[in-house]
Design a protein around this ligand. Structure first.
Ligand code: NAP
Length: 199
């Protein structure tokens, strides 16, 4: 993973999406250090790095320790899928307050959310002192999230697409996006790959 990330930085990738659950934080940190060492980038400031507070840490007093773990790249203990008995209601307000403290103390540059619907965002915005900088959601040409994108635009929330190619080749994805005839026709007409026209 470290080698792939290093090569990606060399090729010009600037946003790396990670999470404690993905166990990608340590190789990412090492690759960034090596990229600076090799002169592919001059400073960490040139990159956008996302990590994620995992559901099991979404409790007011576990937010800061979880972030500190991420920053020290200590391997976290996370189980996926989550056991049914571990699914409990989340106190969004108090968890967000703890995330705001992370931002106010300078431990993170920005705070955001993932897989939030308009309704969840509305609930969050009703009490948040710092609005989420970003909402990372699944989005691709066949699932454009129009309503959510409009809502986010109105509220100054940046939308990040995950699985923009339909996650083909992963355990849960499908080939409908990469196998879409319309996209294939557009790609052919433009002499680009399907992935290029999607982006
Ligand atoms: N926030 C969340 O809840 C959440 C959930 C899931 C994922 N994510 C994020 O989404 C990102 C990854 O998305 P993803 O891997 O699920 O989906 P994706 O980017 O839509 O699809 C990845 C698959 O597309 C194929 N592919 C990649 N580049 C290609 C290219 N240039 N041309 C042709 N095929 C290409 C590869 O398939 P082959 O291996 O078969 O070549 C690869 O496995 C990560 O950053 C992850 O953290 C976030």
């Amino acid at each position: 993973m470290r080698e792939s990330i290093l090569r990606a930085i060399q090729l010009g990738y600037r946003h790396f999406d990670s999470a404690a659950l993905y166990q990608s934080e340590q190789p990412l940190g090492e690759a960034i250090a090596e990229a600076i060492d090799k002169g592919f980038i001059t400073s960490r400031d040139q990159l956008f790095i996302t990590s994620k507070l995992w559901c099991s840490d979404a409790h007011h007093d576990r937010v800061l320790p979880a972030l500190q773990n991420s920053l020290h790249t200590a391997p976290g203990k996370y189980e996926f899928p989550v056991k049914k008995e571990d699914v409990v209601p989340m106190d969004l307000k108090s968890v967000w307050e703890a995330m705001e403290e992370c931002k106010n103390s300078g431990l993170t540059k920005s705070i955001g959310v993932s897989n939030f619907s308009c309704q969840k965002l509305q609930r969050l915005l009703a009490t948040a002192k710092i609005p989420p900088a970003v909402n990372q959601v699944e989005m691709n040409p066949l699932w454009q999230q129009k309503k959510l994108r409009e809502f986010c635009e109105r509220n100054g929330i940046h939308v990040t697409a995950y699985s923009p190619l339909g996650a083909k080749g992963t355990i849960w994805g499908c080939s409908q996006v990469m196998g879409c005839q319309v996209l294939n026709d557009i790609a052919k007409a433009r002499q680009k790959t399907i992935a290029q026209v999607i982006f």
